[in-house]
Design a protein around this ligand. Structure first.
Ligand SMILES: Nc1ncnc2c1ncn2[C@@H]1O[C@H](COP(=O)(O)OP(=O)(O)OP(=O)(O)O)[C@@H](O)[C@H]1O
Length: 241
């Protein structure tokens, strides 16, 4: 379980997080939605232990946390397989085991055997992001933090990769906290959807959800959520006179 209780954090120009409380139980997917600049990435940094709260508590009882960023952040000189296996050496796995584990995940995520030796520069953007996700999954995390992992991808590819990631995390029982700007993405993936206000972020809604796959159901549910008054208030752009 990852739990945040009354978490507050300020930077030099004022408060960013104001009394955030949320929980990510084992094996559940929680989506974080909020307007640009409200503090979502900062909140993931706290969950990862990279930042400390100035008030409140962050309790991460998971044994291994992995992170996926919006951009793949791969080693440019290493092939897809070596990139995906990157975290495994520090875990003490033998070279053959590292490569076998990374290869299995890459193939499940849609790379072909011919892609495995390719460096990032020879892979498409979508393939690079698959490698980044494989690198995170390869260490067998029990908590996966993802910061807009699909937002740089084309719509069709995004849906495919969302489904693959959902299958992987269900298969391994991984808890996920992920940031998205896309309500439909949250509806497709999440068991809970947490909506944050503009900076300083407060939780304005914490909604139970059921992951949906059929496009018509996804868009109907996204439209319903986007019409909730607290969601409108949090996500609507400010009206300028
Ligand atoms: N290290 C830092 N020092 C000072 N201010 C920061 C720092 N990191 C983030 N901020 C500010 O804190 C606020 C929240 O930033 P954060 O990146 O967490 O927002 P976000 O919700 O992830 O934004 P976006 O949706 O645009 O990615 C922003 O105003 C940002 O400028």
């Amino acid at each position: 379980m990852l739990r945040l209780d009354g978490v507050c954090l300020s930077f030099g120009d004022g408060p960013v997080l104001d009394g955030i409380g949320l929980a990510v139980p084992t094996g559940r997917l929680v989506a974080l939605i909020g307007p640009s600049g409200c503090g979502k990435t900062t909140l993931l940094g706290l969950a990862a232990g990279a930042l400390q709260p100035q008030a409140g508590r962050v309790e991460n009882r998971f044994a291994r946390t992995a992170m996926v960023f919006q951009e793949p952040r791969l080693l440019p000189w290493a092939g897809a397989l070596d990139n995906a296996a990157f975290g495994l050496k520090a875990m003490g796995l033998a070279r053959g085991d590292r490569r076998a584990r990374a290869r299995d995940i890459l193939l499940r995520l849609g790379l072909t055997l011919r892609d495995l030796a390719k460096r990032p520069g020879a892979l498409s953007g979508g393939m690079r992001q698959r490698v980044a996700i494989a690198r995170a999954l390869a260490v067998e995390p029990d908590l996966l933090l993802m910061d807009e992992p699909f937002s740089a991808l084309d719509v069709g590819l995004r849906a495919e990769l969302q489904a693959l990631v959902r299958a992987e995390v269900e298969r391994a029982g991984i808890a996920v906290l992920f940031v998205t700007h896309d309500v439909a993405e949250a509806v497709r993936l999440a068991d809970r959807i947490v909506v944050l206000s503009p900076r300083p972020a407060r939780v304005v809604a914490d909604l139970a959800s059921v992951p949906l796959a059929a496009p018509s159901a996804v868009f109907a549910e996204a439209a319903r959520l986007l019409a909730l008054p607290e969601v409108v208030a949090a996500l609507a752009p400010p009206v300028r006179a």
